[in-house]
Design a protein around this ligand. Structure first.
Ligand SMILES: Cc1cc2nc3c(=O)[nH]c(=O)nc-3n(C[C@H](O)[C@H](O)[C@H](O)COP(=O)(O)OP(=O)(O)OC[C@H]3O[C@@H](n4cnc5c(N)ncnc54)[C@H](O)[C@@H]3O)c2cc1C
Length: 396
């Protein structure tokens, strides 16, 4: 049994940036527990699937991106006991903490759709939500010349839900450029009544949907898959439709990692199993020395890396205040982002709060919501650089 001042569960976007920030603020003895040898920048998965980036650009060695002043333990957490301030690891070791930050991300539940795992195994379906599947997804979209392709976005909590649409527009633009778009029927299954939920963004996305001839099934979800067809159901459950497909590009339903579900950290009434924090202070509602942020936290915002830019600062300042015996008085405002690559050159960039009200970085300027070349370049080239060099070090 070893003891540390701050233990961080998960060395993804949230874990490394909050650990880096705490180290910068002078906190010592910070440990990140992360099983993976390689760190992944997930936003670029959409570009890989859509053919505008290579898979190798999504990964770096974890050892190379751990922030200065932070220790990495390569292991997976199997259990958290907040009554005894203890985490247990798959190595058999146990670690105690003064403060715990829980951020192991979100889990892809491919198994929750009957037939989906088999369709993925045989290559008739794939996804850009799992690094191991992105290369197949990219190849299938590139090689399609005719037939029906179905894209899906799941209901319920999801990591950057709108990223479901990114490879779809990238692929349509590619098919249009290669002259095969008229021979491809594109169907998009989305749980919401509009493409996104903000009028300015919906207007732009609907224009692109019409331009590419995409058939949209609103307020719908994927119910079941077999080798040649998918069953689509309305979210309310009163209608179904069977569609024959040649390729299924799926974003799976998502929930908290299994070891969190049913643990004392999740709210008893949350079927997703996310960590029950105050969505403003990011402190656990029942355990004062437990904190959570990112995709694993039961916050009210749309889950995204953009949201983390604000969350890491709030959490780190609140934790430092607590260590100094003060009340945590920083508040996260629910800010989130969703960048839509609507072609292989242009982007529609949504910035909004937890009630889908516009929250532009540049106040009173709705310009980022318009289809633009500049935001595409930022998403594809500037943000990855900022991520690897500044965000993961807790500097942005
Ligand atoms: C395909 C895709 C596209 C996206 N596009 C965008 C975008 O364009 N813009 C945007 O802002 N956001 C985007 N996002 C969302 C963004 O990537 C996530 O919101 C962000 O990565 C969440 O950070 P996190 O640290 O909570 O989770 P992650 O970054 O997923 O990190 C979780 C870490 O926890 C580790 N872990 C898991 N289980 C355990 C365990 N038991 N013990 C210890 N460690 C564990 C994992 O190995 C992982 O390293 C996208 C996400 C996906 C999947």
């Amino acid at each position: 049994m070893t003891a540390h001042r701050v233990v961080v569960v998960g060395g993804g976007n949230a874990g490394l940036s909050v650990a880096g920030r705490l180290a910068r603020y002078g906190v010592d003895d910070i440990v990140v527990i992360e099983p993976r040898e390689h760190h992944r920048y997930q936003p670029i998965f959409s570009h890989v699937a859509g053919g505008t980036a290579r898979a190798s650009q999504a990964e770096r060695r974890q050892a190379d991106v751990i922030p200065r002043g932070v220790q990495w333990i390569q292991a997976a957490v199997t259990e958290i006991d907040p009554e005894t301030d203890t985490v247990r690891l798959d190595s058999g070791d146990a670690i105690t903490y003064e403060h715990l930050i829980v951020c192991p991300g979100i889990q892809n539940d491919f198994h929750s759709i009957p037939g989906l795992e088999e369709a993925i195994r045989t290559g008739s379906a794939s996804s850009h939500y799992e690094f191991e599947l992105v290369a197949t997804a990219s190849r299938r979209l590139r090689d399609l010349r005719s037939g029906t392709v179905v894209f899906t976005q799941p209901p319920g909590p999801a990591s950057c839900a709108g990223a479901a649409q990114k490879p779809m527009y990238l692929a349509c633009d590619y098919w249009r450029a290669t002259g095969v778009l008229p021979d491809i029927r594109v169907v998009f299954v989305v749980p919401t009544p509009t493409m996104f939920g903000m009028p300015a963004i919906d207007e732009e996305l609907e224009r692109k949907v019409e331009e590419y001839g995409i058939e949209v099934r609103h307020e719908a979800r994927l119910v079941e898959v077999d080798a040649t067809s998918v069953l689509i159901g309305s979210v309310s459950g009163d209608r179904t439709e069977r569609i024959a497909y040649d390729y299924l590009h799926v974003v799976p339903p998502q929930s908290a990692p299994d070891f969190l579900k049913g643990s004392p950290l999740a709210a008893a009434d949350d079927p997703g199993g996310f960590v029950e924090v105050d969505p403003r202070t990011l402190r656990h509602r029942r355990y004062a020395n437990v904190w959570s942020l990112g995709d694993a936290a039961a916050t009210t915002n749309s889950k995204s890396g953009g949201a983390l830019r604000k969350q890491t600062k709030v959490l780190a300042l609140n934790l430092v205040a607590t260590l100094k015996g003060r009340e945590p008085d920083e508040r996260y405002d629910g800010y989130s982002v969703c960048p839509f690559t609507v072609s292989r050159r242009t982007m529609v960039f949504a910035e909004f709060d937890d009630e889908y009200r516009p929250k532009p970085t540049v106040p009173f300027w709705p310009g980022l919501a318009r289809e633009r070349r500049s935001t595409w370049l930022i998403d594809r080239y500037v943000l990855p650089w900022v991520y690897w060099h500044l965000i993961l070090q807790g500097r942005a």
